[in-house]
Ligand binder design. Structure first.
Ligand code: NAD
Length: 427
C-alpha cells in the first residue's frame, strides 16, 4: 500500500462532504464503492522476441449520470487503489461540471519510457482488445492521462473499430482532430486550469494580471495552463518535471521553455528536461512547492502537498491541475491557514468538458470551430466555479465553514443523489 493511499483519501473526502450535507445512507453506501473494476493481464511481444505480461485495469466507478468516462494512464505506480480513486474523482468531476457522464479510469502498470514505440503500440492494442467487452461510445469512453497521448488514443480507436468492423471515433476522446478529435481538446485541461485561476481570484476581488505563479510539471496540463496564464498577464516564475525545476523571479517565457523542451514536436513528443533550460535557476520539486508566489499549480502527480509541507506553503491559492495532489491532512492544514485550494474535480475539469464536446461532435458527425469549443468550455466551467462558490457561502450562512473541495463534492454528490432518488434502485 502506498504511503498516502489515494483510495483512502478519495473516500475520506467523499465521506466528509456526505456527512456535512446529511446524505441518505443508502446513497452514501452506493457511492462508496466502484460498480466494477476489470483487471487484465496483457501479453506483449517485445522487440527482443521475449513476451512480457503487463497488468492493466479499468475501473467503472458510477454510471448514474451517463456512460463511464475517464482517462488511461501508463505508469509504474499504477495499482488498483489508484485507479479506483481516480475513477471516483472522475465521477464527481463529471457531475460537478454537469456533463452527462459517469466516472471511470484505467491504467497499465508500465514504464512507457522503457518501451519502444512499436512495443507501446502493441501494448495499447492488446490492452484495448482486453477491455473491448466493457468499453464503447454508450458504455465507457477512455481518454488520455499521464504518459498517454493522442497517438495512443488513435491506436485504441483503430483497434476498437477493426474489432467492431466499422469506424467508431466516439469510443475514445483526445484523438487528433483529423481522426475525429475536437479542436481545442489538447489545450482544454490547461485552459480550464487557467480560467479557474482567473475566476477564483476574481471572486476574491483580485486580478490575474501580474500575479506570480509556480507550476509543478511540464506536461500537457502544465504547459497549456502556463501558456494561457502568461497570455492572461500572469508571471510564471517556476515550472518543473520529474527531474526537477527551474525558477526565475522575473518570470519565465513559457513559449521559449516549450520550444527548448519540445522543439518542433507536439507537447507530447520526445522531449528534454526543463532543467536543461538556460534561463532559470535549478530548484527541486520540493522547493518549487514552497516558493513565495501568489498561486501554486501542482500539475504533475498525486500526493505532492502533504502534512509534511502544508504548513510551509507560501502561496495564497492552490489550483489543482493534477488529480489528487493534496492529501486529506494537508487539506485541513491549508484550510486552517486560510489558503484557498481549488480542487482537482473543478480546476482540471476542462479536459473532460471538451472530451464531452468531442464525443458529442463524433456522435453527430459535425465538427465545431475552436472558438465555439472554447466558448462552450468556458461557459460550463465558469458556471461550475460560481455554483461551488455559492454552495460555500450557503454553508457559511448556516454556520458551517467548509473548503472549496467540500463545497464541490456537496454540489456534485447532490446531482448524483437526485438521480438515484428519482430512478430508484434496481431491482
Ligand atoms: P503528462 O504526462 O503530459 O505530464 C506529466 C508531468 O508530470 C510531466 O512533466 C512529468 O515530467 C511530470 N512528473 C512526473 N513525475 C513527477 C514527479 N515525481 N515530480 C514532478 N513532476 C513529475 O500528464 P498530464 O496529462 O499533464 O497530467 C498531469 C496531471 O493532470 C495528472 O494528475 C493527470 O491525472 C491530471 N489531469 C490530466 C488531464 C488531461 O487532459 N491530460 C485532465 C485532468 C487531469
Amino acid at each position: 500500500m502506498k504511503q498516502h493511499n489515494p483510495r483512502e483519501i478519495a473516500l475520506r473526502q467523499f465521506s466528509r462532504a456526505a456527512e456535512i450535507m446529511e446524505l441518505e445512507d443508502w446513497i452514501k453506501n452506493i457511492l462508496s464503492y466502484p460498480e466494477r473494476t476489470v483487471k487484465v493481464h496483457i501479453p506483449v511481444k517485445m522487440d527482443s522476441g521475449e513476451v512480457q505480461v503487463f497488468v492493466g485495469y479499468r475501473c467503472q466507478y458510477n454510471a448514474a449520470l451517463g456512460p463511464y468516462k475517464g482517462g488511461i494512464r501508463y505508469s509504474p505506480d499504477v495499482d488498483e487503489d489508484e485507479v479506483v480513486a481516480l475513477a471516483q474523482w472522475m465521477t464527481f468531476k463529471c457531475a460537478l461540471v454537469d456533463v452527462p457522464f459517469g466516472g471511470a479510469k484505467g491504467g497499465v502498470k508500465v514504464d512507457p519510457k522503457k518501451l519502444s514505440r512499436a512495443e507501446l503500440e502493441r501494448l495499447t492494442r492488446r490492452f484495448t482488445y482486453e477491455i473491448v467487452p466493457v468499453i464503447g461510445p454508450s458504455i465507457d469512453i477512455p481518454a488520455p492521462d499521464v504518459y498517454t497521448n493522442d497517438e495512443i488514443m488513435s491506436w485504441i480507436m483503430d483497434t476498437y473499430s477493426i474489432i467492431k468492423g466499422y469506424n467508431e471515433p466516439a469510443v475514445v476522446t483526445g484523438k487528433p482532430t483529423y481522426i475525429g478529435g475536437s479542436k481545442g481538446r489538447k489545450e482544454a485541461t490547461g485552459r480550464g486550469v487557467a480560467i479557474s485561476t482567473r475566476e477564483v481570484l476574481k471572486l476574491y476581488g483580485e486580478d490575474i494580471k501580474g500575479k506570480t505563479i509556480a507550476i509543478q510539471g511540464f506536461g500537457n496540463v502544465a504547459v497549456f495552463a502556463g501558456l494561457i496564464l502568461q497570455d492572461m498577464g500572469a508571471k510564471i516564475v517556476a515550472v518543473s518535471d520529474s527531474k526537477g525545476g527551474i525558477y526565475s523571479p522575473e518570470g519565465l517565457d513559457i513559449r521559449d521553455v516549450v520550444k527548448h523542451v519540445y522543439g518542433d514536436e507536439e507537447v507530447n513528443g520526445k522531449k528534454k528536461s526543463v532543467i536543461s533550460y538556460p534561463g532559470g535557476k535549478q530548484i527541486s520539486n520540493e522547493e518549487l512547492l514552497l516558493l513565495d508566489v501568489d498561486v501554486l499549480i501542482p500539475s504533475a502527480i498525486e500526493n505532492q502537498i502533504t502534512e509534511e509541507n502544508a504548513d510551509k506553503i507560501r502561496a495564497r491559492y492552490i489550483v489543482e491541475g493534477a488529480n489528487g495532489p493534496t492529501t486529506f491532512e494537508a487539506d485541513e492544514i491549508l484550510f486552517k491557514r486560510g489558503i484557498v485550494v481549488v480542487p482537482d474535480i473543478l480546476a482540471n475539469s476542462g479536459g473532460v468538458i471538451v472530451s464531452y464536446l468531442e464525443w458529442v461532435q463524433d456522435r453527430m458527425g459535425y465538427y465545431w470551430e475552436e472558438e465555439e469549443v472554447n466558448e462552450k468550455l468556458e461557459k460550463k466551467l465558469v458556471k461550475a466555479i460560481n455554483e461551488v462558490f455559492h454552495t460555500l457561502n450557503l454553508y457559511r450562512e448556516k454556520g458551517k465553514e467548509i473548503d472549496w473541495r467540500t463545497a464541490a463534492y456537496i454540489l456534485s454528490i447532490e446531482r448524483i443523489a437526485k438521480v438515484y432518488r428519482k430512478r430508484g434502485l434496481f431491482p
